[in-house]
Design a protein around this ligand. Structure first.
Ligand code: HPA
Length: 255
């Protein structure tokens, strides 16, 4: 076993949280960190706002590992490479995984800076980390009903509002046309983004319990009168990080 993997295992965390664009502010006072560069199997993030390390932290007395930075299909990586972080976390002893992302709102009730707990997804990326498996995985409860209830209760207790809905994953990197936004709405999606679902599929195949959260970074293009920039997505993430930290602090000891 590599030295880096041993350091992950040694922390004995059961929980990991993958952080999306601009959400690094959620990580506070890490006790240790392990750079992705120390794992030959892990591709390195190239997009601004994505660090490349595992941070070992304790929140409300619970040991967790934050995966700061992920790679995306739109960077030219394969489904296997995009999910290498999940495989590494599973090897590191993680049993429960929280995935987060910055997403564009399709549901007109959602406002920038709100959080949506993902209760289901549409994988429109055209690929899967299970290709070559062969594995016919049941995804009917991909997002753990138990974890959803615990997070819902925790958020309600501290007065942080969580929307609930469906995350549609597209390959990107371009944002959506107005026609694509209408299509995604018709398909039943509430938010759209370029990550997360492949990680969830592999995590379920590895029998992890999964919860997912989208930070609403913007109204999906076509719904907004202003032009969308990656800087805007990052800035919104930084502000919303505070709310999510509070939810984690309340929820983690119950899970
Ligand atoms: N569309 C797709 N991905 C995104 C968006 C969006 O509007 N915002 C953040 N990630």
């Amino acid at each position: 076993m590599s030295d880096a993997l041993q350091r992950l295992r040694h922390w004995k965390a059961k929980f990991a949280i993958i952080l999306g664009s601009g959400l690094n502010a959620i990580v506070q006072d890490p006790i240790d960190s392990v750079e992705y560069a120390e794992f030959p199997a892990l591709p390195k993030p190239r997009v601004p706002g994505h660090a490349g390390k595992f941070s070992l932290c304790e929140i409300s007395g619970v040991r967790i590992i934050f995966a700061q930075g992920r790679v995306h299909l739109y960077e030219g990586y394969s489904a296997g490479e995009v999910t290498a972080n999940v495989r590494m976390l599973a090897n590191g002893g993680i049993e429960k995984l929280v995935v987060t992302n910055a997403a564009g709102a399709l549901n007109q009730k959602f406002k920038t800076g709100d959080w949506m707990m993902i209760n289901d997804h549409l994988n429109l990326t055209g690929t899967s980390p299970l290709i070559g498996g062969p594995e016919f995985l049941d995804l009917s409860d991909a997002y753990s009903p138990r974890l959803q209830k615990q997070f819902r209760d925790a958020a309600q207790k501290i007065g942080v509002f969580l929307h609930q809905g469906v995350y549609a994953a597209v390959i990107g990197p371009q944002y959506e046309t107005a026609a694509e936004v209408r299509m995604l709405q018709d398909l039943g999606a509430d938010v759209v983004g370029m990550s997360t679902v492949l990680e969830v599929i592999l995590a379920r195949a590895l029998e992890m319990e999964v919860a997912g959260f989208s930070c609403i970074a913007n109204s999906a293009t076509g719904l907004s009168s202003t032009r969308l920039s990656h800087d805007e997505v990052l800035e919104t993430g930084r502000k919303a990080a505070k709310d999510f930290s509070r939810v984690l602090g309340e929820a983690l000891p119950r899970l």
